[in-house]
Design a protein around this ligand. Sequence first.
Ligand SMILES: NC(=O)c1ccc[n+]([C@@H]2O[C@H](COP(=O)([O-])OP(=O)(O)OC[C@H]3O[C@@H](n4cnc5c(N)ncnc54)[C@H](OP(=O)(O)O)[C@@H]3O)[C@@H](O)[C@H]2O)c1
Length: 235
Amino acid sequence: MPTVLITGANRGIGLEHARQYAAKGWIVHACARRPAAADDLQALLSANPDIVQVHALEVTDHAAVDALAQRLIDVPIDVLLNNAGTFGPQGAPAGMAYQSLGNMDYDIWRDILEVNLLSPFKVAVAFHDHVAASDMKLIVNMSSGLASIKHNQGSSYAYRSSKAGLNMLTRGMAAEWSDVLVIAMAPGWCKTDLGGMDAPVETADSVRDQQALFPTLTRRDSGRFIDAHGVTVPW
Ligand SMILES: NC(=O)c1ccc[n+]([C@@H]2O[C@H](COP(=O)([O-])OP(=O)(O)OC[C@H]3O[C@@H](n4cnc5c(N)ncnc54)[C@H](OP(=O)(O)O)[C@@H]3O)[C@@H](O)[C@H]2O)c1
């Protein structure tokens, strides 16, 4: 069966990807900062001990990223889900208060950039060879519709800039890496801790659509910014 590696797999979109891939029988490498406290992930592991592995991974810890890549050196990874991300400590919409023109918390902004921009770069580089050795060869950088410069109406400066930067990385990786596909995914506004409960999209629906989309992607899709249905999101 194919193999997926997911960062930030203990809740939200990452956990749902782990659940749905496990239900399909995929080998799931699920990463979480604190596996011992990741109850839902531990339940998934208990129910699927043969196909689910849980790894401790704080994505801003580059030595830890390298160590995990080394530990999995012989594991081809069909889909690398660069999913771990943050809107800041309070999620959305409360977190919009500290990333506005009138009130910017620069420490939080730096943290957001570290998690959403520098870390996916580190993870993609560390696991590139694992992905290139697989059949599907897909790296998914979990972006956001809020990254779209065309659609930007202001607000959420820290988060938007981090994800727009991630899109830039995606294009560069796609240009330089001809042996893998790299996409920037806008999963839709989903009901998670980050998205909040007013979000219109059920997380399970977005993940179902993403997982249906991934096997249809070809070389021509590498470097695209797309939603869960494969529709282009304007830069
Ligand atoms: N929900 C939406 O509407 C939406 C829309 C567009 C894009 N996205 C993107 O989708 C991805 C997942 O979001 P979500 O909605 O599922 O958010 P979430 O429910 O808040 O989950 C975020 C995940 O990222 C992990 N994470 C955060 N910082 C980390 C770090 N430094 N190291 C390792 N893991 C870390 C969290 O782990 P802890 O539990 O340890 O904090 C958690 O597992 C993010 O990249 C987000 O920007 C979400």
